[in-house]
Design a protein around this ligand. Structure first.
Ligand code: G3H
Ligand code: 13P
Ligand code: ZN
Length: 324
């Protein structure tokens, strides 16, 4: 069942985090729904601009609507990941999306506010909620490259002003992560103090809580990288990501949506590289596709455990029926 992102935030805020997983094709979608059904977890399905041009937005909508029928117990929201103004309006007008992300974080503070406010006005008129970004993550965001050295954490004072002036429903904050497989040099921790300061600033101002979104949340397992390289890959073995045991502590402070894409791509790459390395005489893509869907479902279920969303479907269902 497709629900609003706000419905999910209400149940999860400061208790657990919702996994927000990107999809581009039917194998990922099938694995995602299977994994969330087996772990009884609500979730957010994310579609990036890249995914919309790779698989066509109508194809993705049809795949998701079909998955909804095949997995009748699923409860999820549909979200545009890293949208610009045009793609946000397209998704708002489609009537299919629960929420959109307007990513104007590369603009000046004032311009980010102006753009975000325009999107919020149009989205709210259509019952769609809006995630906006403030601060810059290191690494690569869609087609915008931000020098890791200039990555700057979100300023909590600015965050409050931004939330007040835009009316955004969720804030993607820079708390020390970046997109992709190469996030950190050596072991690093999330900036929990920034999460706490933003939540406190919002509460002190008497505003309703604003869920914080963590982008760049993949853990980039060392073993996965090693297996990919053993099967012919050439990923930098120093690649490393977020400590999975930091998901839940971050959730308890207000990080309510945790975006995971890269880790799923690593599962896909490892399964397919190993399959064709071990069976060089084969060329049917369905056998590795089947393995991938099963492995991806298990991967999603294991991440939902770490996020605390596993087993929360009944709570969400009760909250939805109480609201009727
Ligand atoms: O943060 C970006 C997501 O990982 C989506 O990546 O733009 O390559 O689809 P993409
Ligand atoms: P990762 O690259 O860490 O998976 O982050 C994905 C993301 O933030 C999607 O918006
Ligand atoms: Zn992102």
């Amino acid at each position: 069942m497709i629900v609003t992102t706000s419905d999910l935030y209400k149940v999860a805020y400061k208790k657990f985090a919702l996994g927000a997983y990107n999809i581009n094709n039917l194998e990922q979608t099938n694995g995602l729904f299977a994994g969330c059904t087996q772990s009884k977890a609500p979730f957010i399905i994310q579609i990036s601009k890249g995914a919309r041009s790779y698989a066509h937005k109508k194809m993705l909508e049809a795949i998701i609507r079909t998955a909804e029928e095949i997995y009748p117990d699923s409860i999820f929201a549909v979200h545009l990941d890293h949208g610009d103004e045009a793609s946000c309006y397209d998704c708002i007008d489609s009537g299919f999306y629960s929420s959109v992300m307007i990513d104007a974080s590369h603009e000046s503070f004032e311009e980010n506010i102006n753009i975000t406010k325009r999107v919020v006005d149009r989205a709210h008129a259509a019952g769609v909620s809006v995630e906006a970004e403030l601060g810059q993550l290191g690494g690569v965001e869609e087609d915008i490259k931000v020098d890791e050295k200039n990555a700057c954490l979100t300023n909590p004072v600015e965050a409050l002003e931004f939330i007040q002036k835009t009316g955004c429903d969720a804030l993607a904050a820079a708390i020390g992560t970046s997109h992709g497989a190469y996030k950190f040099k050596g072991q690093q921790s999330l900036h929990f103090e920034v999460i706490e300061q933003i939540a406190k600033a919002v509460a002190d101002a008497g505003l309703p809580p604003t869920p914080i979104v963590m982008h760049g949340s993949s853990s980039v397992p060392k073993e996965e990288v090693a297996r990919i390289n053993a099967a012919g890959g050439k990923l930098d073995p120093s690649a490393c990501g977020v400590n999975l045991d930091e998901y839940l502590p971050a959730a308890k402070l207000g990080v309510t949506k945790i975006n995971i894409d890269t880790d799923g791509r690593l599962v896909w790459t490892r399964v397919h590289r190993e399959f064709f390395r071990d069976k060089p005489d084969q060329f049917d893509f369905r056998p590795p596709g089947k393995i991938f869907m099963k492995e991806y479902a298990d991967f999603i279920a294991s991440r939902n455990e770490k996020l605390g969303s596993a087993g929360k479907l009944d709570e969400v269902r009760e909250s939805l029926s109480a609201a009727v």
